[in-house]
Design a protein around this ligand. Structure first.
Ligand SMILES: [Zn+2]
Length: 236
């Protein structure tokens, strides 16, 4: 299960992991909290609502390319996640964890990714709390049966965006070789037609760093020293 903030986060940040999961027949569920109406790049959209509808369709097309089995876009306001109700938003993620029962949960790191977007930071906070609370019977007792996923990973940056104040990323514990999924990741990004200028401006970065994705194992079933993994499902 992957939880993100905006349509295109799923491919930008996590496309390799999703496509590789599809290759091995792993069921995936991507939850996106907003429809991306606050984007700088607006395509031919005449209004926020039109852009939202456009990006909703782009998100679905991108998930299809990545072989995602379930995807869902919620109705939070883009650019305003820090003002969303914390227990309510977290509860919606808890409910979905309890229903879908994922082994592995992925989201942004607490730095908000290479662009340090506040929505990314918030989705990291909501999902981290939801990961832990989903398994606790005393949290949200009315929302389905408790279920504890086995691992929580957050994506982390291996590069900085030139000209921007860099994030404070967490060290990675997983270097995922996504060479076999790189084409699908690019193809998924191309489905986000409204974000074509963004694709153009980040092309060089992805050419240079795009063969790997980096993740931090943030929570697991037992206490352990950090060790390097090359697979999110290693040993499961
Ligand atoms: Zn985003």
């Amino acid at each position: 299960m992957l939880v993100v903030a905006h349509p295109d986060d799923e491919c930008f940040g996590f496309g390799g992991a999703l496509a590789l999961a599809a290759d091995r027949g792993v069921e995936t569920y991507v939850i996106c909290l907003t429809d991306g109406q606050a984007a700088t790049n607006r395509g031919l959209a005449a209004s926020g609502q039109e852009l939202g509808a456009m990006r909703r369709a782009e998100f679905a097309a991108s998930c299809k390319v990545l072989g995602v089995t379930h995807h869902e876009l919620l109705d939070y306001q883009d650019g305003r996640l820090e003002f969303a109700n914390f227990p309510q938003t977290t509860g919606r993620i808890v409910e979905r964890i309890r229903r879908f029962k994922p082994d592995v949960v992925l989201t942004f790191g607490s730095d908000g990714g290479p662009n340090t977007h506040a929505d990314h930071i918030m989705v990291s906070m909501f999902t981290t709390a939801a990961f832990h609370w989903a398994g606790r019977p005393n949290r949200y007792p009315d929302l389905a049966q408790p279920f504890q996923p086995r691992r929580l990973f957050t994506v982390t940056s291996s590069f900085e965006i030139p000209g921007r104040q860099p994030p404070m990323p967490s060290p990675w514990t997983v270097a995922l070789d996504i060479a076999a999924a790189q084409d699908r990741k690019s193809e998924a990004f191309r489905q986000h037609f409204s974000q074509a200028p963004l694709m153009e401006s980040t092309k060089e970065l992805f050419e240079k760093y795009g063969r790997q994705e980096f993740y931090t194992l943030l929570a697991a079933e037992s206490s352990q020293a950090a060790s390097h993994m090359t697979d999110l499902f290693e040993g499961l």
